[in-house]
Design a protein around this ligand. Structure first.
Ligand SMILES: Cc1cc2nc3c(=O)[nH]c(=O)nc-3n(C[C@H](O)[C@H](O)[C@H](O)COP(=O)(O)O)c2cc1C
Length: 229
């Protein structure tokens, strides 16, 4: 049976799981270029993401031109430095590992902010500003937020990039300077918001499994509070 009919076989399942488990924020890149065709293939994966009512609300702006990248990077840096200045440094950590991980993330995030212009590809994921939701005679119906229909595309993109050996990081801090970015990219005012800016490149480091809470600690079976350990 072929992959398209469902039976991918144990080794391919293992590959898919490996790619999912090792898709994490990569923020340091080499200057090796990324093929447009590969970016397009990753965007094809993004397009396959689910969306409410299959509205497929997202648009992508792929930035490869070094001058444009540098202008976007300028606004990213300003946004990030403002955000960084608001962050408290924790005085205590539960473990040395937690401290190291926190410090690494902090340093890597700062590095990305200082070097975004050098990342070969920046993909801006846009979501439209449109009426969303529903109502019946009893009032509004909460059917979930529109961005819930965009982030699956972002993650599919990152997973596909990982499968190509490319690093990505889902970032949102650029939203602080959305208007400036819209002007740089010719995005019509008042019609979109930025869901994410994803840098894409060949990572300098190796892909690894990121630290997370154990799944058993956050999984409830049949009734909230009933965990299996
Ligand atoms: C909604 C969202 C917004 C994020 N914004 C930023 C950002 O602006 N800049 C950044 O460097 N990382 C950003 N990140 C990346 C997170 O810091 C990262 O996913 C988290 O620390 C886990 O990293 P890891 O997978 O490498 O462990 C964001 C992630 C998410 C999901």
């Amino acid at each position: 049976m072929s992959a398209s009919t469902g039976d991918v076989g144990a080794s391919r399942t293992a590959d898919v799981m490996d790619h999912i488990m090792t898709t994490r924020a990569m923020r340091r890149f080499t200057d090796e270029p990324v093929d447009d065709a590969v970016v397009l293939e990753c965007l094809r994966a993004a397009q396959q993401g689910p969306s409410g009512g299959n509205v497929q609300p997202q648009q992508y702006v792929v930035v490869t031109d070094p001058d444009v990248r540098s202008r976007i990077a300028h606004w990213y840096r300003r946004a990030f430095l403002r955000y960084e200045a608001t962050l408290d440094t924790p005085t205590e950590f539960r473990s040395e590992e937690d401290r190291t991980s926190w410090e690494r993330t902090r340093a890597a995030s700062h590095h990305l902010a200082e070097h975004l212009a050098e990342v070969p590809v920046l993909v801006v994921f846009l979501q439209p500003i449109i009426p969303w939701g529903s109502a019946d005679d009893d009032g509004p119906l909460d059917i979930g937020r529109l961005d819930a229909s965009v982030y699956p595309a972002v993650q599919n993109f990152c997973l596909a990039a990982r499968a190509h050996g490319l690093g990505t990081a889902l970032t949102t801090v650029i939203r602080v300077h959305s208007e400036e970015v819209f002007a740089e990219l010719g995005i019509p005012e008042g019609r979109y918001e930025i869901a994410a800016l994803v840098p894409v490149g060949h990572p300098t480091g190796r892909f690894g499994v990121a630290r997370r809470k154990p799944v058993e600690a956050v999984t409830h079976w049949n009734r909230f509070g009933d965990r299996r350990r």
